[in-house]
Design a protein around this ligand. Structure first.
Ligand SMILES: Nc1nc2c(c(=O)[nH]1)N[C@H]1C(S)=C(S)[C@@H](COP(=O)(O)O)O[C@H]1N2
Ligand SMILES: [Mo]
Length: 313
């Protein structure tokens, strides 16, 4: 984002239609309640998940694009950097500390996170840079984890932090550091508890590849992609709005809410339309309209009743 490139899709990222996942075969497997991924890439292991209630009636973005066109500045700012530079990142063992305004602060080991009932959720994802994907995540509602720690009445927000590991994350150790670490994000408690909000531990039937935020990342499908913080090590309940990386970095361009809103342009480009990664076609010819709340208005608009959506970007 800070390089302020107009979003463009290189020829290498345009995937022919024959490479699309066979959606019917996929749905048949999903209907059986089991997604068994072939553990091909690195350490990725198959996950068992039930078919979630949420689906999108649009073709899935090919796995190759989901796992090779990434934003993860801890591994570099280029779209291909996270996959190329994260090979020696170690997502196991892993612990997530959950603390702050809760009655039962505790640490969750990765095995404990994987023990929550996992569901597949097919969600649209819309980056603030105006590209989008349709992604089959595997995860569980963040609300389930929050229930375990019992937030106090005074808790109003949830803060998240990414791991700091300069030895394993070249973007944190070079001369040029694109952001201040740790990467931080935050949600209002009611947003965090919304059933659409998940902690994801997998994609395409397998554990998350490093570049997608292994071993656990946030997915909030009605918000711009940067809210989906990766490789989380801390979750804290707070009384006041927590600092968020992009809001801190460029407060006039990125707000706390960051709800997808085609009516509010980014100061340097329009948010009215988007490019679906992997769809093919000539550059820019596959633009489609961006939907309010990324198509999830029916589920989430009521969270913002009475708020000026243009001002609270
Ligand atoms: N820790 C961390 N989380 C992050 C980012 C990042 O640079 N660091 N990039 C964000 C942005 S801008 C987007 S669009 C999504 C991209 O997720 P994906 O690469 O899995 O598609 O991750 C978000 N989470
Ligand atoms: Mo993004």
């Amino acid at each position: 984002m800070p390089s302020y490139r107009a979003p463009r899709i290189d020829a290498s990222e345009i995937t022919p239609e024959r490479c699309f996942l066979d959606r019917r075969g996929f749905m048949a497997a999903a209907a059986g309640g089991l997604i068994l991924g072939s553990a091909t890439a690195g350490h990725a292991a198959a996950l068992k998940a039930s078919t979630g209630a949420y689906k999108v009636d649009e073709p899935l973005t090919p796995e190759k694009d989901v796992t090779s066109y990434n934003n993860f500045y801890e591994f570099g700012t280029g779209k291909g950097d996270p996959a190329a530079n994260s090979a020696s990142f170690k997502p196991e063992p892993w612990k997530v500390k959950v603390n702050g305004l809760v009655s039962k602060p505790r640490e969750f080991g990765l095995e404990e996170l994987l023990a929550f009932p996992l569901e597949e959720r097919v969600y649209r994802m819309r980056c603030v840079e105006a590209w989008s994907m349709v992604i089959p995540w595997i995860g569980f509602p963040l609300a389930a984890l929050l229930d375990e720690v019992e937030p106090l009445g005074s808790a109003k927000y949830v803060a998240f932090e990414t791991v700091i590991r300069p030895d394993e994350m070249p973007g944190q150790s070079g001369y040029f550091q694109p952001l201040e670490w740790p990467y931080r994000e935050g949600l209002r408690l009611d947003e965090a508890r919304h059933p659409l909000t998940i902690l994801s531990v997998g994609v395409y039937g397998k554990t998350l590849p490093n570049q997608n935020g292994a071993p656990v990342r946030l997915v909030v499908p009605w918000k711009y992609g940067f809210k989906g913080i990766k490789s989380i090590v801390r979750i804290s309940l707070t009384e006041t709005p927590p600092p968020c990386t992009w809001n801190l970095t460029a407060p006039d361009e990125y707000g706390f809410y960051a709800n997808v809103n085609p009516a509010v342009d980014h100061p340097r480009w329009s948010q009215a339309t988007e490019i679906r990664v992997g769809e093919g076609g000539f550059f820019g010819s596959n633009r489609r309209d961006t939907l309010p709340f990324n198509g999830y208005a029916e589920e989430v608009a009521s969270l913002y009743a009475g708020m000026d959506l243009r001002a609270n970007f």
